[in-house]
Design a protein around this ligand. Structure first.
Ligand SMILES: [Zn+2]
Ligand SMILES: [Zn+2]
Length: 180
């Protein structure tokens, strides 16, 4: 039986002096099979393990949403996610346990495990998936908060001291030439 190519995760390792995550981005079909230098893999799971996934990308950028809807969903200060291209993402469990709830009147969707309630990845847009960073169990070593959105809606007790760019409302709000 051929080894599972995704089992050869080498995130953050150095092979022959090369940083595996500094390799040029190639589509999966373009990557040389068996060359470990081309693999940067993250793995994730919900709390109960019914929903698991992997993505062969380097995950670095974290977006934190401080809006009241994300706050109610998480029960904390909001949601922190990273975003990956569809082609790099795949489920490693079946998807029967994934529940989706669209908030009426809003462009907002909850994706969660119907067994344990944990936030799981979902569709970000046509080309990309979002991944709740709290669900990442391997390969998240380089994650850094780069953007805070809906900071005008943050809870009174919500504070942070990182250097992430702050957006009053949606991503890009408050910048010249961008609509709120
Ligand atoms: Zn679960
Ligand atoms: Zn939000």
């Amino acid at each position: 039986m051929a080894p599972n190519r995704y089992a050869a995760h080498v995130f953050m390792n150095r092979i022959d002096g090369l940083d595996v995550c500094s390799q040029p981005q190639l589509s999966i079909s373009e990557r040389p099979t068996g060359d470990l230098r081309w693999y940067c893999v993250i793995k994730g799971s919900c709390n109960c393990g019914a929903v698991t996934y992997t993505a062969d990308v380097e995950a670095t950028d974290v977006y934190v949403c401080h809006c009241s809807i994300c706050r109610r969903f998480s029960g904390a200060q909001g949601m922190a996610v990273t975003v990956v291209e569809n082609q790099s993402f795949r489920w490693t469990s079946d998807t029967d346990s994934i529940a989706v709830w669209d908030k009426p009147g809003h462009d907002w969707q909850a994706n969660f495990c119907s067994v344990c309630g944990f936030a799981v990845p979902g569709r970000n847009d046509e080309a990309r998936m979002f991944i709740p960073v709290g669900s990442i169990i391997e390969g998240g070593d380089r994650l850094t908060v780069v953007h805070h959105i809906y900071v005008d809606s943050k809870a009174s007790w919500d504070t942070w001291d990182d250097d992430g760019q702050q957006h009053p409302e949606a991503f890009g709000s408050g910048e010249p030439g961008r609509e709120l």
